[in-house]
Design a protein around this ligand. Structure first.
Ligand code: FAS
Ligand code: PHB
Length: 393
């Protein structure tokens, strides 16, 4: 088998890269370990930045997003029993976010690729990149019939997430890892209950963080801070609702509507960056290169931003043979990656309870929330990061 760009992973990064390359007339093949159904049903992110929405629409895969996506012009921060709105229309005119589940983006991209004759091989195994530092790299893998294959390509894109093979294929002494672990995780649920707020509500509570989000007019998405090693079996539905309502009920009586829980799970929290994001002919994108705590709703958006840079660099190479953009890929992405890491760390540190014995941290966090919601400058800073920094920053 031969192609121009071999892509490992059919998540947002891999599928968007394949789509953007196709628009430039560049061939690619996507290799994915799971089934199509698994990747299209995996419940993950929910919020698209303005830049992500613009890119999906401009590149021709935004039709369903425009119909079904919920455009939000603000979020609320809730603490000490009161909710405070961060007004994007006032603070960042013309920029908003759209609630549209990651799995819907995945469905749109897979359909677009297959309609355009794109190659996505699902249920592959034993994937191994080779010749990364040569001009003839390749990917060996076992297809879903169990036959070993070799995909020869000009370039490889490691879009295989935080536990993939790509990053692991780079010599350890060629990489530097930056990591921070958090002393908590998120317990997340999807509930068949109408969202009783038009916008997302981030809550700081002495018992821990909680987040009110949504997926549609009938589906609410909720999270609560829990221990990093929490056992989901210890959380029957009644306990989840009791904890969510305790943390989220405000003095005006607002609280989330309850309903049957359709899905529940625990998501770990960590900040992680690997530098550089490239080695020879292999380019890492998305979670394969960096992980952010989900508090800032950035993981999927950062993956899309990476492959926008990579697609442009590959298009420049195939059009002119020039390699400057490819050589600068990692530095270009990392400028944004670290700013998004900062924002995600800041939102996480402001809104979660840390096990500090003294009350200093608690008072400092309340003061920060009071300042952010009371200062136009501070609210603007949160808003411009939340709706998404310019794609060229
Ligand atoms: P992905 O992990 O999405 O995709 C990688 C793909 O590569 C997967 O399909 C995997 O099966 C495949 N793969 C792995 N190894 C392979 C191999 N060896 N060969 C072939 N294929 C291989 N972000 C938010 O913004 N908000 C959220 O609320 C949020 N919640 C999350 C909850 C969970 C449980 C997780 C794990 C992540 C969450 N994220 C969230 C972050 C998430 O959305 C990621 O940032 C996003 O999926 C990144 O996209 P990719 O980089 O494409 O990686
Ligand atoms: C979600 O709806 O899944 C979501 C929204 C905002 C976040 C994280 C997750 O910060």
């Amino acid at each position: 088998m031969r192609t121009q760009v071999g892509i490992i992973g059919a998540g947002p990064a891999g599928l968007m890269l394949s789509h953007l390359l196709h628009l430039e007339g560049i061939e690619s093949v996507v290799l994915e370990t799971h089934t199509r159904r698994y990747v299209e049903e995996r419940v993950r992110a929910g919020v698209l930045e303005q830049g992500t929405v613009d890119l999906l629409v401009e590149s021709g895969v935004g039709a369903r997003l425009k119909k079904q996506g919920l455009v939000h012009h603000g979020i609320e921060l809730s603490f000490s029993g009161h909710r405070h709105r961060i007004d994007f229309q006032d603070l960042t005119p013309g920029r908003s976010v759209t609630v549209y589940a990651q799995q819907e983006v995945i469905k749109d991209l897979i359909q677009a690729r297959l309609d355009a004759g794109g190659q996505i091989h699902f249920e592959v195994s034993d994937v191994s990149p080779h010749g990364l530092d040569t001009s003839t790299p390749s990917i060996r893998f076992r297809n879903n019939s169990g036959d070993m294959q070799e995909l020869k390509c000009d370039f490889l894109a490691g879009c295989d997430g935080s536990h993939g093979i790509s990053r692991a294929s780079i010599p350890e002494d060629a990489l530097r890892v930056f990591e921070r672990a958090y002393p908590f995780a998120w317990l997340g649920i999807l509930a068949e209950a109408p969202p009783v707020s038009d916008e997302l509500i981030y809550t700081y509570h002495e018992r821990g963080f909680a987040l009110f989000s949504m997926r549609s007019p009938k589906i609410t998405r909720l999270y609560l801070q829990c221990a990093p090693d929490e056992d989901i079996a210890q959380w029957p539905d009644a306990r989840i609702w009791e904890e969510l309502c305790t943390r989220q009920t405000t003095s005006d009586g607002w609280r989330p509507a309850e309903g049957p829980i359709l899905q529940k799970g625990i998501t770990g929290m960590r900040s992680f960056v690997v530098e550089p994001m490239q080695y020879g002919r292999l380019f890492l994108a998305g979670d394969a290169a960096h992980i952010v705590p989900p508090t800032g709703a950035k993981g999927m958006n950062l993956a899309i931003a990476d492959v926008r840079v990579l697609a442009r660099a590959l298009a420049e190479f195939y059009a002119s043979g020039r390699r400057e953009l490819l050589n600068e890929y990692s530095a270009t992405c990392l400028r944004r990656v670290w700013k998004v890491q900062r924002f995600s760390w800041w939102m996480t540190s402001m809104l979660h309870r840390f096990d500090s014995t003294d009350g200093f941290e608690h008072r400092r966090q309340l003061a920060e929330l009071d300042y952010v919601t009371g200062s136009r400058a501070a609210s603007t800073s949160l808003a411009e990061n939340y709706v998404g920094l310019s794609m060229d920053s």
